[in-house]
Design a protein around this ligand. Structure first.
Ligand code: XMP
Length: 513
C-alpha cells in the first residue's frame, strides 16, 4: 500500500456526540476512530494518531467522578481539539478556570470571532451562528492560550495555544446548526494538524482487500447472505480480495420479500460471479411453523432452523476456516454495553452461534452504514441491494400475525411489493426508513362487485427514522395511499380492506408481530 492514511482519535466523554464527530471527520476524508476516555497514554501512542479530538459530554467538569483523561496527552505533541465538555476539560487541566456563569446557553447562539487563529478565517464571517449546549463556561483561558471567539454567555467560546497545537471550542461544530462547523473542523484537521484528505471509499476497499488477503491466505471462507446490505457488501469486498476462495451461502427461508431470493442469486452468482450455495428451505420453514401463533415461538423456530440449515450447507464447503460477517462500526462501539446493542442481538435471528468453529472476517468493522452503502456502490452492487430497507431476520414470519402459511406469505408478498413499488415511483424511497405491508389474523366483511366478501385486511406501515430506536409514521400523501389501497384490493386475492398505521415509536414498534 501507498502513503500513510492519517487517523484521528475521537475521545468519547459520554452522550451521543462522539459518533457524529467521527462521521464529520470522515466526511473530510480523514479516517477517525472513537475511543473511550479511559484509554491509557500507551494505548494512544500505540495508535499513532495524527490528531485527537475530545468530544462533548453530559457532565460538568466539577462533578465528582466526571470523565477525564491522563494529562500526559498534552505532552505527546499530537494536535488536540476539545469540543464543549472537551474544551472545558482542557481549560481545567491546563490551569484555566471553568465556572457556572448562571445562565448557560442552549441552541443557536451568536458567536463573535476575535482573532482568526487556526480555526476561523478562510472567508468565514466574524459574526456567525453556532450551536451551544452548555451550563458551565470557561471563564479564564489557561496560560499560553489565546481567546479567539466569544458569545454572550461564554467569554471563552474558542481558545488556542498554537505552540502546543491545543485548541478548544465551546460550541458544537459537528452539528448542522453550526453553519461553518464543518469548515472549522477542516481547519483543525488540515491546517492545525496537517492531515491529508486521503481517506476515500476506494482507499478503504484497497486497504481491506490487502487485510483480507493477509488474514485468509490460501484458506477458504464462507459468508451467509441475508439479502441485506451489510452481508452483501462484506461478501463483495471479500470476493474482490480472494475470488473463488469465497463461497456464499444463501438460505432461502421462503419468508423473504417478493422476488428477493431470485435477486440475491442474480446479483451474486451471475453479476458478481461469486460461488453461491442456494439452499431452498421454504418447505422446512413452513412445516416447522405450521399452526404456531405465538410471536416469540415463531422467532425462535425460525432462528434455530436457520442455524441448522446454514450449518448443514456450510459443512458442505470443504475446509472452510473463515466466516465473513457484515459487522458495522456502530455494532463494535456499542457491543455489550448499551441497550441498543442488546436489542440488536436479540433481533439478529440470522446471527450464528458462538460455538461455530470459524475465524471471523469482518471487513466493514470500521464503517458506518452510509459508508458501507458507498463501498457497495463502488463495488458494483445494484441500488436495490445497496439501498435496501432494513428487514427483520425472521422476515415476513413476523409480519404475518398469527400462524404462518405459504398462502398467507403469498398474499403478503404481493401486497408488500405494491407498497414498495408505489413508494418508489412517488420518489420517496430514500426519505422513508421502512415501508411495508402487514397481514393481521382477522377477516372482515366487505362488498366487491355484487358479492359479499369476508377476507383479510392489509395494514400499511411506513415510518421515518434515523436509527430505528425511535420512529414517526410517515405523512404519505393521500393520493399515494389511495393508489396503494386500490391496487392492493384489486390485485391481491384474499384482501378486501386496507388500513394505514398512524402510530409512532414509542409507544408502538416499527414491526407488527
Ligand atoms: P421494532 O419493531 O423493534 O424494530 O421497532 C426496529 C428495527 O429492527 C428491525 N428488526 C429486525 N432486524 N432482525 C433484524 O435484523 C430482526 O429479527 C428484527 N426485528 C425487527 C425492524 O425492521 C426495524 O427496522
Amino acid at each position: 500500500m501507498s502513503q500513510r492514511v492519517d487517523s484521528v482519535l475521537v475521545v468519547d466523554f459520554g452522550a451521543q456526540y462522539a459518533q457524529l464527530i467521527a462521521r464529520r471527520v470522515r466526511e473530510a476524508h480523514v479516517y477517525s476512530e472513537i475511543v473511550p476516555h479511559t484509554i491509557t497514554i500507551d494505548e494512544i501512542v500505540a495508535k499513532k494518531p495524527t490528531a485527537i479530538i475530545f468530544s462533548g459530554g453530559p457532565k460538568s467538569v466539577h462533578t465528582e467522578g466526571a470523565p477525564s483523561i491522563d494529562r500526559a496527552v498534552y505532552d505527546l505533541g499530537v494536535p488536540i481539539l476539545g469540543i464543549c465538555y472537551g474544551a472545558q476539560l482542557i481549560a481545567q487541566q491546563l490551569g484555566g478556570r471553568v465556572d457556572r456563569t448562571g445562565r448557560g446557553e442552549y441552541g443557536r447562539t451568536p458567536l463573535s470571532v476575535r482573532a482568526a487563529g487556526a480555526l476561523f478565517g478562510g472567508g468565514m464571517p466574524d459574526e456567525q451562528q453556532v450551536w451551544m449546549s452548555h451550563f458551565d463556561a470557561i471563564v479564564d483561558a489557561p496560560p499560553g492560550f489565546t481567546v479567539t471567539a466569544t458569545t454572550p454567555e461564554a467569554p471563552v467560546a474558542a481558545l488556542e495555544d498554537t505552540a502546543r497545537a491545543i485548541y478548544g471550542v465551546q460550541f458544537h461544530p459537528e452539528v448542522v446548526h453550526t453553519p461553518y462547523g464543518q469548515q472549522i473542523l477542516q481547519h483543525f484537521l488540515y491546517n492545525a494538524a496537517g492531515c491529508e484528505p486521503r481517506w476515500t471509499m476506494s482507499s478503504v476497499i484497497d486497504t481491506q482487500v490487502d487485510l483480507v488477503r493477509a488474514q485468509v491466505g490460501a484458506g477458504r471462507a464462507i459468508c451467509g447472505l441475508s439479502g441485506g446490505v451489510d452481508s452483501a457488501v462484506a461478501a463483495a469486498l471479500v470476493h474482490k480480495a480472494i475470488g473463488s476462495q469465497l463461497t456464499c451461502v444463501f438460505v432461502d427461508t421462503g419468508l423473504m420479500r417478493k422476488g428477493e431470493g431470485e435477486q440475491v442469486v442474480e446479483t451474486f452468482r451471475r453479476n458478481q460471479k461469486i460461488e453461491l450455495v442456494h439452499v431452498r428451505a421454504a418447505d422446512r420453514f413452513f412445516d416447522a411453523l405450521a399452526g404456531v401463533t405465538d410471536p416469540e415461538r415463531k422467532r425462535k423456530i425460525i432462528g434455530e432452523l436457520f442455524i441448522r440449515v446454514f450449518e448443514d450447507a456450510s459443512g458442505g464447503v470443504e475446509d472452510a476456516k473463515f466466516l465473513v460477517q457484515g459487522t458495522l462500526y456502530p455494532d463494535v462501539i456499542e457491543s455489550g454495553t448499551s441497550k441498543a446493542a442488546k436489542i440488536k442481538s436479540h433481533h439478529n435471528v440470522g446471527g450464528l452461534p458462538d460455538d461455530m468453529d470459524f475465524e471471523l472476517v469482518e471487513p466493514l468493522r470500521a464503517l458506518f452504514k452510509d459508508e458501507v452503502r458507498a463501498v457497495g456502490s463502488e463495488l458494483g452492487l445494484p441500488d436495490e441491494i445497496v439501498w435496501r430497507q432494513p428487514f427483520p431476520g425472521p422476515g415476513l414470519g413476523v409480519r404475518i400475525i398469527g400462524a404462518v402459511s405459504r398462502e398467507k406469505v403469498e398474499i403478503l408478498q404481493h401486497a408488500d411489493a405494491i407498497v414498495r413499488e408505489e413508494v418508489k415511483s412517488a420518489g420517496l424511497e430514500r426519505e422513508i426508513w421502512q415501508a411495508f405491508a402487514v397481514l393481521p389474523d382477522i377477516r372482515s366483511v366487505g362488498v366487491q362487485g355484487d358479492e359479499r366478501t369476508y377476507a383479510h385486511p392489509i395494514i400499511i406501515r411506513a415510518v421515518t427514522s434515523e436509527d430505528a430506536m425511535t420512529a414517526d409514521w410517515a405523512r404519505l400523501p393521500y393520493e399515494l395511499l389511495e393508489t396503494m389501497s386500490s391496487r392492493i384490493i384489486n390485485e391481491v386475492q384474499g384482501v378486501n380492506r386496507v388500513a394505514y398505521d398512524i402510530t409512532s415509536k414509542p409507544p408502538g414498534t416499527i414491526e407488527w408481530e
